[in-house]
Design a protein around this ligand. Structure first.
Ligand code: NAD
Length: 247
């Protein structure tokens, strides 16, 4: 038995991933930030289906909370062999003229620093160098890292560009230590992340510009993440999987 940590697992892509990883036999550490009820619902869902899961609260942008989260995972007594860096934030649409330093810093703190901190703590536990059993990490980036988000969320797009570079560099650094590091780049996925930003009709406008003419479901991203973490992807590291309807 082994633990998979999924950050931001109380809803959206993280929730779908947690549910599928439990079906694969992982004990799932369900990270949440504020909403313990939603996290508990995910855990109950997993347990009712015969799986194993527990909740770990942490704001991933806060180092002390990340350290406490990994300590509580250690206390479960099973090795951590999978990390899904999924928790992320996206603010409302804004041109660069209106981007405040506070907003830029918050986006980078969660979408970049948070990913770094969780990678660092996971590597300490997975690496052969530290007597770990090896493992796999999947970073959830975005198609925005390739396409930009002009006039909309250039801060968010840039933060995901950093996630891409983290993936490439870390995959090389830890390949010989038994850890694979890969990345998924979702496009438009129907989750609550779109509730806070965007002009009315934005989601429909983006959707109609997609070759597949539809957005994706969180479960479609989750199944790619599960595959990248699995032994079926045993020779895959430093790779990027586009989940963006052909864009
Ligand atoms: P979501 O808003 O439904 O879920 C994000 C989760 O992250 C939430 O549970 C939230 O509480 C959590 N979170 C945010 N800040 C946190 C923090 N500081 N500490 C801990 N948890 C925190 O959104 P989603 O669409 O499921 O997004 C998941 C990931 O997918 C994000 O990284 C997002 O950037 C990425 N993504 C989403 C889309 C999309 O269209 N939905 C497209 C590309 C990439």
């Amino acid at each position: 038995m082994a633990i998979a940590l999924v950050t931001g697992a109380s809803r959206g892509i993280g929730k779908a991933t947690a549910l599928q990883l439990a079906q694969e036999g992982y004990t799932v550490a369900v990270n949440y930030h504020h909403n313990i009820k939603a996290a508990t619902d995910v855990i109950n869902h997993i347990i009712e289906a015969g799986g194993r899961a527990f909740a770990v609260r942490a704001d991933i942008s806060d180092e002390s909370q990340v350290l406490a989260m990994f300590d509580s995972i250690d206390r479960e007594g099973e090795p951590l062999t999978a990390l899904v860096n999924n928790a992320g934030i996206l603010f409302e649409q804004s041109t660069i003229e209106n981007l405040s330093a506070e907003r830029i810093n918050r986006v980078l703190a969660t979408n970049v620093t948070g990913y770094f901190l969780c990678c660092r703590e996971a590597v300490k536990r997975m690496s052969f160098k530290h007597n770990g059993k090896g493992g796999a990490i999947v970073n959830v980036s975005s198609a925005a890292s390739r396409l930009g988000a002009p006039g909309e969320y250039v801060d968010y797009a840039a933060s995901k560009g950093a996630v891409d570079s983290l993936t490439t560099g870390l995959a090389l650094e830890v390949a010989a230590q038994g850890i694979r590091v890969n990345c998924v780049r979702p496009g438009l996925i129907y989750t609550d992340i779109h509730a806070s930003g965007g002009e009315p009709g934005r989601v429909d406008r983006v959707k109609s510009a997609l070759p597949m003419q539809r957005g994706g479901q969180p479960e479609e991203v989750a199944q790619a993440i599960v595959w990248l973490l699995s032994e079926k992807a045993s020779y895959v590291t430093g790779s990027f999987l586009e989940l963006a309807g052909g864009k």
